[in-house]
Write a protein that binds this ligand. Sequence first.
Ligand SMILES: NC(=O)c1ccc[n+]([C@@H]2O[C@H](COP(=O)([O-])OP(=O)(O)OC[C@H]3O[C@@H](n4cnc5c(N)ncnc54)[C@H](O)[C@@H]3O)[C@@H](O)[C@H]2O)c1
Length: 470
Amino acid sequence: MKDNEMAKPNQATNRRQFLKQAATSVGVVATASIVPASVLGANAPSNRINVGLIGCGHQSQRIVPAFLVHDDMQMVAVCDVNRSGIGYYYPEQVLGRETAQRWVNEHYATKTRSGKFDGCHAYLDFRELLARADIDAVAIVVPDHWHALIAIAAMKAGKDVYCEKPLSLTIDQGRQMVNATGKYNRIFQTGAQFRSSPNVRHACELVRNGRLGKIHTVRTWVAPNSFEGPGPNWKPMPVPAGFDYDFWLGPAPEAAYHIERCFHRWRYILDYSNGQTANYGAHTNDIAQWGLGMDGTTPIEFEDNGSEFPPAGSLFTAASKTAFRARYADGIELLCETRNSAATKFEGSEGRLEITLGGSLKTFPENIKDSVIGPNEIHLPRSNPAREENVRDLIDADHVRNFLDAVKSREEPIEPVQYGHSSASLCILGNIAQRVKRKFDWDPVAERSTDNEVNELLTRPMRAPWALPS
Ligand SMILES: NC(=O)c1ccc[n+]([C@@H]2O[C@H](COP(=O)([O-])OP(=O)(O)OC[C@H]3O[C@@H](n4cnc5c(N)ncnc54)[C@H](O)[C@@H]3O)[C@@H](O)[C@H]2O)c1
């Protein structure tokens, strides 16, 4: 396959469906030699979900264990344009396809009698991974400028998708991801895992059930940039061996290599991201949307509120200080800004509630937080109904569990693509307000403003030959 050619749609029968049908029909006799006798067992091949991981960087260290903890899935392939950890800033981190492959194989080796396993394959090109008919689902853990292209290609190839937050780089890309999920009838989980946090859910249930009275304001906080980055005099650097930089850039504009551009810190550069506004905002604004019951829509007005950007010519171009305000159709005001720690605070006529991403819940008056939600009140979905404790690693695993259950049941997961799209849209529009530095209106149904400069920022050209699959 040529480098930039999209994978052909996978016409092959869904592997698990095939095995299931074979096992429950006379076909099981005819195919006994290829369907093991254990096929009817709980974790038989017919029930096991084969997963491919695309993107083996910083966040994959959370995602890989969050998948591997579940015995009804197998990670059969990993993919990264980076061969191994060269160029990264935490030497001990799992980075690059060969490192991730080793990690996964070592995990499965502990489960075999021989203590050996080499069944996880490593790919540089995601299209080769997507071309494998035995892969049911993919976890997309690449920078944001790749989300839409890889997710849509994966769904077109018949895969269900777990895609990291923020859902997309642009409003238009997010809309196309929503459309593709419907068109290809796929399961799509947005990787905003705090929806699987018991404390976040309790906080949102308190808000939804009126414990704070009528909500008038929501404050969402995003953490500051962790790095300042090179200033306007930055100099290009040689590309490290084993790193396919042109592939990493993909649909983004041509640009000279610098280590701070690619590894993890791409999130401070507008070509690949919408900065911390969308990075942390994809969590704290997502919690605001959940608590307010605004999934599937967004505010109708956005305005800059004193954001700041790095000096012209700097490598980092995204807001160094987030500050925007937005207004929902019912008048609720949302104020998003940089603070030392990321949190969401709801303010109502009867009280206030603050929930951090660490799961710490404070209410004013204090006793609101201990209020029990009655059987006839609003209960929000739970990824793992048995889970009470708010432990970060369990949240990640439960969010993945919810995805795997949805893959099997074909029911919507806890954060389907259209919710991920509305939360990401809120952040993207906040970022646009920070860039254009004026107030604009927004129609959440038409996904257009009456401000044409804003409309021009809803999409971005893709560097040829890359394009979203049609
Ligand atoms: N849910 C969370 O709490 C959370 C936390 C951190 C990051 N994230 C998200 O995870 C995603 C990845 O972020 P990260 O911090 O791991 O970034 P990273 O730069 O550390 O890792 C991204 C990896 O993707 C690889 N990559 C880039 N383009 C690729 C392509 N076309 N095909 C295959 N591999 C490719 C890179 O080489 C790199 O190894 C982002 O969307 C980010 O927002 C989510």
